[in-house]
Each structure stands twice: as structure tokens, then as C-alpha cells.
Design a protein around this ligand. Structure first.
Ligand SMILES: Cc1ncc(COP(=O)(O)O)c(C=O)c1O
Length: 443
């Protein structure tokens, strides 16, 4: 054990500063050496409980021994062939499995790629080709990745200065109930559905290929939409033959308590993008879609050298087996409903839970500095957290679903202490009279 960051992390930080682009976001000044389950050990021997999971990529648990074994076996046989040159079994087995476990009792097909952003790019590409329409509708406060089309679909704040962005992208309001002026969940949902319908009509329904939605906004701060909104948007899309793309990159693989977040809303998407927890951290993503839509693209219209790499496919097959077996969907994180004045809102679905920190519960002024202070304080006490939200004031749980009850409890205690320390240090002008936070976590 050492100070955090320890001497070895500080030494490596010099290399990071000198040789790695400064634009890469850095949440903690620490270098990891090894991971297992829901714990991380850094290069100085400090051990942390992991509430970040490599940004939600480790639902099955870091370095799950069965995944490591499957990966080692596959690596020993074949690292790469490129599916476009010579096909291999793990690819088609995984495609079959993804068709089986995704919502919708229709014939489906799959393409495998490497990252979340690539899945989004390909979903949009497929939707445009299949419909022969140019426009795509996204939502305010969304996050879909950092390549050109994905960035264009992401909230404006993140794309400033990177233009020109992709054309024919239109933005509709998303029901951020906590910050909505409409007063109620039902009114916020209704007004957002109305806005969506007006936007479609303005753009021209026969020009709109697809709308893309995160079932719960992830990077935007774990914003859970009312079911009426998701259903209203989906229903209007159906009547106008607009494809509904569910971006399940962060919500997929039991993060929200169901296999996929969209299942909470009884909506069956036409196309789905998945990544992150699909392969226990190995780079892999997929587009899964209705067969007629996917097969609208002629041979040669889709592809990538590494997509569906055999080692990543072997990992994904094992991850799906583990997640289906362990029933992590049943776990809920009710203990998060803590009661600090600093916490404006606690919300989430299943294990996709977050709290939004504010300096004042009436004005809801985002407490960005206090959020950073809580996260830094937690790290010093052995807990890795990541923040989210347009105002950088949301602390979220994205750790492995395999976390043990003990680890979870220990992590929550650290978080509670960090909230206490930051509150009493006055990093934000919080009242000393702690009132229960309004909670809206569903499981
Ligand atoms: C909902 C969503 N879509 C897309 C992406 C982009 O994925 P990647 O970082 O793998 O490109 C992310 C990443 O956080 C995400 O949360």
C-alpha cells in the first residue's frame, strides 16, 4: 500500500503526459496493474473496489476465470483470420446467440464490429440504406460515441469545435424529469413525444430513416425516461416506417436488471447496437436487426478487418453463458438511496444507478466541484468511481454485476464517508439538515 497516486503511478504519469494525447479524458491519476471480479490493484499495490467496471464493460466480473480460459484456448488456436477472408465458428455461434437473446420474436441478423461507436455508425448506415432516407433523429443529452456520425448524434456540448458534423441529424428533447420545468413525469413525457412528432413532420417523415435512443441515457447522467415517452416515440416511428434503433451499449447485458434496457418499456427495436459488457472488456460490438433491414445491404456493403475477432467472440459466448446462468438481473441497489442534502436525485434502473449532486435542492445548481471532490476522496479510500452528466455532477454505479454483497457494502460505506467529508468540508454550500433525497430508482 502507498499514497494514492503512489510512486509508480506518478512515474508512469510522466510518460502519459509526455506521449499520450491530452484530449483523452482521465478520471483518476492511477495506473491499474490487475483486476479480478470487482476489485482493481494498482501498480503500487493499492487495492480498490471497482464501481466503474472499465466504464460499464465488466458486468460479468473482471478477468472472469471462465472467460480467461475461453480466451486463452481461442488465442492458442487462432488470433485473427478476418471473417471476410476465412470464416470461423465463434462468429456464427455468437451471431446465433445474439439473435436468440435480443428482444423481438422476428427473424434477425447480426454484424460484428469492434467498438460502440462503430456499432452506432453501422446501425445508421444500414438504416439509411434500407429505407433510402437520409435523416436521423437523436435526443438531447444523448451519447452515442466519438466517431463522426456517432459524435454528430451525441449532445452538442461534446461536439463543439469538431465540425463540420454529419448532415441530416436532428435533435429532439429527452425527458430529463428531474430538470424538467413541466412539473410531472407524465407532462414531461407527453411534451417530449409531441416535440418528437413535430420534428418528424417538419423534417418530413418520408425523409427520416431512423431515430436512435438510449433506453436509459448513460453518459448523460443515467436519465431514465418515462415509459410513455419511449412507447410514444416508438409508436409514431411505426406509423411512419421510421426505424427505431436502441443504443444498448451501456444498458445491455443486465445492467438495468433485464437483459436489455428497452425490455423495461415493452418496445421492440428494429435495430440494436451493443458493445461494452458483451466480451468482458475485449473490443467487440454488434448490430442486431430485423432480417429484412439487415439484408437490405448487398454483399460487400458492410465490413471491417477485425470485426468479430475470434478471441473476442469466444469471450462473448462465455460472458453470455455466465450472465444467463447467474441471474444478475435480480440484483437491485436500493442501498444507494442515501440521504445527504448534497444529493439532489437518486435514480436508475436495476444496477444502473446514479445520484445527481447539487449545491441546493431548490435551484438544483449542479455541484460539479463537489462531485469531483467526492470521487477523489473515494479513490483515496479505495473506491473507483466514474462521473457522468452534462454538468459533470452525476456519480454512477457501473461496476461488475458480479460484485459480492461485502464488496458492495464496503464500497457504499466509502462513498457515504466521502459524501460526508465533502459535505462537511463545505465543497458546496449544503445545508446541515440532511433530508431524505427524492428517490426514483426502479428495479
Ligand atoms: C450509449 C453509448 N453509446 C455509444 C458509446 C460509444 O462506445 P465506445 O466508447 O465503445 O465507442 C457509449 C460509450 O460510453 C455509450 O455509453
Amino acid at each position: 500500500m502507498s499514497a494514492i497516486p503512489g510512486p509508480r503511478s506518478r512515474e508512469l504519469m510522466k510518460l502519459r503526459k509526455q506521449y499520450v494525447a491530452r484530449g483523452l479524458d482521465q478520471q483518476h491519476p492511477v495506473f491499474a496493474a490487475s483486476t479480478t471480479g470487482a476489485t482493481v490493484t494498482d501498480v503500487d499495490g493499492n487495492r480498490y473496489i471497482d464501481f466503474a467496471g472499465g466504464i460499464g464493460a465488466l458486468n460479468a466480473g473482471a478477468n472472469h476465470p471462465e472467460v480467461v480460459e475461453a480466451v486463452s484456448e481461442q488465442a492458442g488456436r487462432m488470433l485473427h483470420a478476418s471473417f471476410h477472408v476465412l470464416m470461423y465458428e465463434p462468429y456464427v455461434r455468437l451471431a446465433e446467440r445474439l439473435c436468440e437473446i435480443t428482444p423481438g420474436a422476428v427473424d434477425k441478423k447480426v454484424m460484428l464490429i469492434n467498438s460502440g461507436a462503430e456499432a452506432v455508425e453501422n446501425a445508421v448506415k444500414i438504416a439509411r440504406y434500407a429505407t433510402g432516407r437520409p435523416a436521423v433523429i437523436t435526443f438531447e443529452n444523448a451519447f452515442h460515441g466519438r466517431t463522426l456520425v456517432a459524435l454528430s448524434l451525441t449532445s452538442r456540448a461534446r461536439s463543439e469545435g469538431f465540425g463540420p458534423l454529419a448532415p441530416e441529424v436532428y435533435r429532439s428533447p429527452f425527458p430529463y424529469v428531474y430538470r424538467s420545468s413541466s412539473g410531472s413525469e407524465a407532462k414531461t413525457a407527453a411534451s417530449c413525444v409531441q416535440a418528437f412528432r413535430r420534428l418528424v413532420d417538419k423534417v418530413g417523415a418520408d425523409r427520416v430513416a431512423a431515430t436512435i435512443m438510449e433506453p436509459v441515457q448513460g453518459e448523460g447522467g443515467f436519465v431514465v425516461p418515462p415509459a410513455a415517452f419511449v412507447q410514444g416515440v416508438s409508436a409514431y416511428c411505426r406509423t411512419r416506417n421510421i426505424l427505431f434503433i436502441a443504443d444498448e451499449i451501456q444498458t445491455g447485458f443486465y445492467r438495468t436488471g433485464r437483459r436489455f434496457g428497452i425490455e423495461h418499456f415493452d418496445v421492440v427495436p428494429d435495430l440494436m447496437a451493443v458493445a461494452k459488457s458483451i466480451a468482458d472488456g475485449l473490443p467487440l460490438s454488434a448490430v442486431i436487426g430485423r432480417r429484412d433491414v439487415m439484408d437490405a445491404i448487398p454483399p460487400g456493403g458492410l465490413g471491417t478487418t477485425y470485426g468479430g475477432n475470434p478471441v473476442a467472440c469466444a469471450a462473448a459466448l462465455k460472458v453470455i453463458e455466465i450472465l444467463e446462468r447467474e441471474d444478475y438481473g435480480a440484483r437491485a441497489f436500493k442501498a444507494w438511496q442515501a440521504s445527504w442534502e448534497l444529493i439532489g436525485d437518486v435514480r436508475g434502473l436495476g444496477a444502473m444507478v446514479a445520484m445527481e449532486l447539487v449545491t441546493d435542492r431548490q435551484t438544483k445548481t449542479p455541484a460539479a466541484d463537489a462531485t469531483s471532490a467526492v470521487i477523489a476522496e473515494a479513490l483515496r479510500a479505495g473506491l473507483v468511481l466514474v462521473k457522468a452528466g452534462a454538468h459533470k455532477n452525476v456519480v454512477r454505479f457501473l461496476g461488475p454485476l458480479s460484485i459480492t454483497d461485502d464488496e458492495l457494502e464496503q464500497g457504499l460505506k466509502v462513498l457515504e464517508r466521502a459524501l460526508g467529508t465533502v459535505s462537511s468540508a463545505g465543497a458546496s454550500p449544503v445545508s446541515r439538515h440532511a433530508r431524505p433525497a427524492r428517490t426514483r430508482a426502479r428495479s
